[in-house]
Design a protein around this ligand. Structure first.
Ligand SMILES: *[C@@H]1O[C@H](CO)[C@@H](O)[C@H](O)[C@H]1NC(C)=O
Ligand SMILES: *[C@@H]1O[C@H](CO)[C@@H](O)[C@H](O)[C@H]1NC(C)=O
Length: 425
């Protein structure tokens, strides 16, 4: 067991492997230092490698992304989801039985009248030029470094419990939000929004900044919350850099034992051979210049019951099988849209980790980040614009949200902020 060689000194279980974590930061704005020396015991390294052998499936082809990601093209039937005990005999659904029906004008074009360029958004690894062959799906390979940045192997790929109460009293754990949400009285079968993409800077490696949709059912103060989530996130801990990446998440027990990000545990079934979950989105918006956004739609297949996700222009990514859930096996009771950051209060001060573009909603288009065309899917699988959303931000001097309505953008909002500033000490 353990690594080869190794000095014979004292207790072999304490054999220490000096590990050099060297991850370059590519953005000019973030001056984070991801380079860390960490002593790792050979037993721990062995455990990590065993876990990685389980989740990194043998690829038919490997593609190197210019950002350092390794993308494995894995046969669809070998993907991690099928390791789930409830999915042993699962027959992969090739496509949903039905897409949600939209209003006519929405089907015809959702281009922003103000210059957002949804069509051009792609993923960094596509620049390699090689694509994954038919019958395979692209999976971002996890490395030992990825796991070592997490608090423990158990924490790797998991979101820590984020709150204990209704959205009116979003709680601590250092998680802060600026979100819009629907009421809790209707049955919801999906949600959609077009989300502006930015690369907010992160102050500390184990903080993150994300912008996403939540599809929820169950109780916020119990252990039965079911959540399906997708959007973009910057998480140095999870990915080793500060690029915004497409991500998914799910849990059926309030972020405790079940669920994970992306394909880092058995659950989400991917059907698309061009989109890698967890891979960087490119290009991103810049201040007072080009704006880029991505459309995410999540809905429940009305016949089969699986929760499908599409990205961009109705590109199917894959689905969360109904078997994974309790409450969501039936329907959702609430949808949230917006941003979340972790504030670890390093040195006793509020974090300077940014949400959205790092600018407050009042700055408006081209400067503040937005979600537009908020829609939900109703009982008969049709999309409709949401009305009567409520908004919430724990501390509007740090991060804020302002919702509005227009003909082209339907219900939309600007959200985000810089974190630490004189009014947010
Ligand atoms: C980053 O941190 C490591 C050790 O933690 C240090 O050796 C290295 O010089 C630092 N790099 C920069 C650019 O500050
Ligand atoms: C694309 O990926 C292949 C396989 O990993 C690698 O050998 C090649 O150098 C990459 N090409 C580019 C242009 O990055």
């Amino acid at each position: 067991m353990g690594t080869a060689g190794g000095s014979r000194c004292s207790d072999p279980r304490l054999l220490v492997v000096a590990f050099f974590l060297a991850v370059l930061v590519h953005t000019a704005s973030a001056a984070l230092n991801y380079t860390r020396y960490r002593p790792v015991s050979s037993l721990r390294l062995e455990r990590i490698q065993r876990h990685l052998r389980k989740i990194n499936k043998p690829p038919l082809l490997t593609i190197e992304s210019p950002d350092g990601d390794v993308i494995d093209c894995v046969h669809k039937r070998k993907q991690p989801a099928l390791d789930h005990p409830l999915l042993k005999d699962h027959k992969i659904q090739r496509a949903p039985t039905e897409m949600p029906r939209g209003k006519k004008e929405e089907v015809e074009g959702e281009r922003s009248p103000e210059g957002a360029q949804e069509m051009m958004v792609t993923q960094m690894w596509h620049r390699n030029g090689t694509l994954c062959p038919k019958g395979t799906i692209p999976i971002r390979r996890s490395s030992v470094h990825d796991v070592l940045r997490a608090k423990s192997l158990f924490h790797f790929g998991k979101k820590h419990p984020r709150r204990t109460d209704t959205p009116d009293v979003v709680s601590g754990n250092g998680h802060e939000h600026a979100i819009a949400y629907t009421g809790t009285t209707e049955e919801v079968y999906g949600a959609k929004a077009t989300i502006n993409v930015w690369d907010p800077s992160i102050q500390v490696v184990n903080e993150f900044s994300l912008s996403q949709i939540w599809i929820l059912s169950g109780s916020f103060d119990g252990t039965d919350l079911n959540s399906i989530e997708a959007g973009w996130q910057v998480s140095p801990e999870l990915y080793g850099d500060s690029r915004p990446r497409l991500f998914t998440y799910w849990t059926s027990d309030s972020y405790q034992a079940t669920g994970c990000y992306n394909l880092l545990c058995a659950g989400f079934i991917q059907t698309n051979s061009r989109i890698a979950i967890g891979a960087a989105i490119s290009p991103v918006s810049s201040y007072a210049s080009n704006q880029y956004d991505v459309t995410i739609l999540i809905w429940k297949d009305p016949k089969v019951g699986n929760w499908w996700m599409s990205f961009g222009d109705n590109t199917l990514v894959g689905y969360w099988p109904a078997e994974l859930f309790t409450h969501l096996a039936d329907h959702a009771t609430m949808v949230e849209w917006g941003g979340e950051v972790v504030n670890t209060r390093t040195n006793g001060e509020h974090t300077s980790t940014q949400m959205g573009s790092g600018h407050f909603p009042g700055d408006g288009f081209g400067k503040a980040s937005y979600f537009r065309n908020l829609e939900i899917v109703d009982t008969d699988n049709s999309l409709s614009g949401v009305h009567n959303i409520q908004t919430l931000a724990e501390n509007t001097n740090c991060y804020d949200i302002k919702s509005s309505y227009s003909g082209d953008w339907g219900t939309y909002f600007y959200y985000g902020g810089p974190g630490r500033n004189p009014l947010c000490p």
